[in-house]
Design a protein around this ligand. Structure first.
Ligand code: FE2
Length: 361
């Protein structure tokens, strides 16, 4: 097969306890607009979905309207979280026969969805926990959205500069990371991404292990984390304790202007992880010359990391729901192809320096 079977992430679907509230957060907090809606008004009786967009990022927010459904049981067990990382495929038959030859990925029977705008071909493949990948072939389809959705006129929303998915991260159990890397590599044709982060000097500080797989020259990028024993309880273990299963930890959204994006989001009430002032004292020395003003980065708690190819700027939101599970990352790449692992070490060290100053180390 010459053409790559998979294309790119089409959308990410969350199962949540109140899709309307999640839509409000994405709209007024993150700058997404509602593209389309599906629910009783459009002939769907048992759930509602809002399809939202910013740049090329699409998220779908789905809420059950009945007590017994796979959506409501998902929310009951996991809280609000990602159910589906849907992938656009160039040709579903090719994608499925490629996976079948590899004999690793489980998927359901491919289905043909007839619509007045042409056919959609889709199948669902499983991944870590209860997370799935819808594989969708829009080759013969001329509609704008998935069937069952009607367009929504959502005007007056200022976007915040988000352009595309950068990477989507899964948390899996201790000693399971390698298996899931193999799942994507051997089962779906991904490749391991050798990056700066692999020169792993910081496990002691980060309390997690991470490996990255990518597809078609980083068109799809999935880091996989597992907990590790570090100086503190692993944040990955905390996720697993609250989500009760492996699942999606964060989605990194790329912007070309992280300062502008983060300022807008802060103004709209989005809360970000804070960074100790001491982190910025050593920043210039650690990352060298960068285009941005250090004081502005410090005011906004934006982190910087450098690798062999360049540098990146990043910041993480507080969890979007009540459980300490899913959150967003905002990232701007200036050449760097890694994921900011140097920040774990820098953050731990600066926290420890503050602790030492208080005489508590
Ligand atoms: Fe990330």
């Amino acid at each position: 097969m010459s053409e790559k079977a998979l294309d790119r992430v089409d959308y990410v679907e969350f199962y949540v306890g109140s899709a309307r509230q999640w839509a409000y957060y994405h709209k007024f907090g993150l700058g997404f607009r509602v593209l389309a809606y599906s629910g009783p008004e459009t002939g769907v009786r048992d759930h509602v979905s809002y399809l939202m967009e910013q740049g090329r990022v699409k998220v779908m927010l789905t809420n059950s309207l009945v007590p017994d459904s796979q959506i409501s049981s998902h929310v009951k067990l996991h809280g609000d979280g990602v159910k589906d990382i849907a992938i656009r495929v160039n040709n579903l038959n090719d994608a499925i026969s490629d996976m079948d030859e590899r004999k690793i990925v489980k998927h359901d029977t491919p289905r043909k969805v007839k619509t007045e705008n042409g056919n959609i071909y889709a199948a669902t493949a499983s991944t870590y926990g209860e997370t799935v990948h819808s594989l969708i072939d829009y080759g013969e389809y001329e509609g704008e959205f998935l069937p069952g959705f009607v367009p929504v006129e959502d005007v007056g929303i200022q976007d915040s500069g988000i352009q595309r998915f950068d990477h989507i991260v899964g948390n899996v159990e201790e000693k399971k990371m390698e298996d899931w890397v193999d799942y994507y590599v051997d089962g779906m044709g991904f490749e391991p991404l050798i990056s700066f982060d692999d020169k792993d000097i910081s496990t002691e500080f980060s309390a997690l292990k991470s490996k990255v797989v990518h597809y078609n020259n980083r068109k799809i990028v999935f880091p996989i984390n597992e907990p590790a024993r570090g100086k503190k309880k692993s944040q990955i273990q905390e996720y697993l304790d609250y989500y009760h299963m492996p699942g999606v930890q964060h989605i990194a959204l790329h912007t070309d202007d992280i300062l502008g994006t983060v300022r807008k989001m802060r103004k709209m009430g989005i809360e970000f992880q804070s960074t100790p002032d001491s982190y910025y004292r050593e920043l210039a020395e650690r990352v060298g010359k960068i285009d941005e003003d250090m004081n502005e980065l410090k005011e906004n708690n934006i982190l910087v990391d450098r690798d062999d190819d360049g540098y990146l700027l990043q910041i993480f939101t507080k969890p979007t729901g009540d459980r300490p599970t899913f959150f967003y990352e905002i990232i701007q790449r200036k050449g760097a192809t890694s994921f900011g692992k140097g920040n774990f070490k820098a953050l731990f060290e600066s926290i420890e320096r503050d602790q030492a100053r208080r005489g508590n180390l």
